[in-house]
Ligand binder design. Structure first.
Ligand SMILES: Nc1ncnc2c1ncn2[C@@H]1O[C@H](COP(=O)(O)OP(=O)(O)OP(=O)(O)O)[C@@H](O)[C@H]1O
Ligand SMILES: [Mg+2]
Length: 242
């Protein structure tokens, strides 16, 4: 169980509260919630960027805030709002830079860049500077950057925001592929169809509190519907633990 307060003018803002859940290795988990629900805060804490005010997070039995270095290399993280790319560098140079930070060899770097550029249809602009890229092109490079070190745990905050239909489909295919490879994935999204297609389980939060955690199948059974949009709205209206 963990929570996060932000101190604003000495007032505690509870971004997330009493959240507690477990994720199985190899699961694809959809993180759902309205704007301001606490999704980004939650992902920041899981990625070790931010400390919970109370509580602990364990990955493979390791308390990630006590021993972050043991876990950092296993995590790939993407935050929608910040790309962290270097405008003056090309796609290839950006990816190579992040590969270096993760300690990849030249050969591994080359292999990963080749693989990811094919995966994301980025071959044509591999050697162009990212400064002039469109939002969607940048987003693809950012996703590739997240995956450069082939992480076991992948945290994606609204990964398809800004992507066109083709790129969003490429992303979905990639998630399928990563799932087959046994990766554990948590991603936040406002697109219910996407979550429906890709996730076996769901964490739903509302005003910082968890209102559902379980498999999508159980959720459909519990709510006697498989219309995720409808279920989402109805859980939010009720706003209670299920
Ligand atoms: N650095 C911060 N300082 C103060 N308050 C913050 C900070 N980051 C987030 N919050 C607050 O915490 C709450 C949860 O925000 P968070 O960004 O986690 O929501 P979200 O679910 O990601 O929303 P969105 O769908 O809009 O991205 C909000 O009330 C927000 O104002
Ligand atoms: Mg957010």
């Amino acid at each position: 169980m963990y929570q996060k307060f932000f101190q604003i003018r000495k007032k505690n803002i509870e971004a997330v509260k009493d959240i507690s859940f477990q994720i199985k290795k190899g699961d694809v988990v959809g993180l759902l919630g309205e704007n301001g629900a606490g999704k980004t805060t939650l992902l920041r804490m899981i990625s070790t960027i931010m400390q919970p005010s109370e509580g602990n997070i364990y990955i493979d039995g390791i308390n990630i805030h006590k021993e972050p270095m043991k876990i950092k290399g296993k995590i790939g993280v993407l935050f929608g709002s910040e790309t962290g790319l270097y405008d003056r560098l090309s796609t290839r140079e950006n990816l190579a830079y992040f590969a270096k930070l993760h300690g990849l060899s030249k050969h591994e770097t080359q292999t990963r860049i080749d693989y990811l550029s094919v995966r994301f249809g980025m071959k044509e602009y591999l050697d162009r500077r990212v400064g002039a890229f469109s939002k969607g092109m940048r987003q693809k490079v950012t996703i590739a950057r997240t995956l450069i070190h082939d992480p076991e745990i992948i945290l994606l905050d609204e990964p398809t925001t800004g992507l066109d239909i083709t790129s969003a489909n490429m992303f979905r295919e990639l998630i399928h592929q990563l799932r087959k490879e046994g990766k554990t994935i948590i991603f936040s999204s406002h697109i219910m169809e996407e979550v429906k297609q890709l996730c076996q389980s769901i964490v739903m939060i509302h005003r910082g509190q968890m209102i559902y955690n379980g498999t999508t199948e159980d959720l459909y059974k519990q709510e006697e519907s498989n219309d995720l949009n409808y279920i989402f709205m109805s859980l939010i209206v009720r706003g209670v633990h299920s």
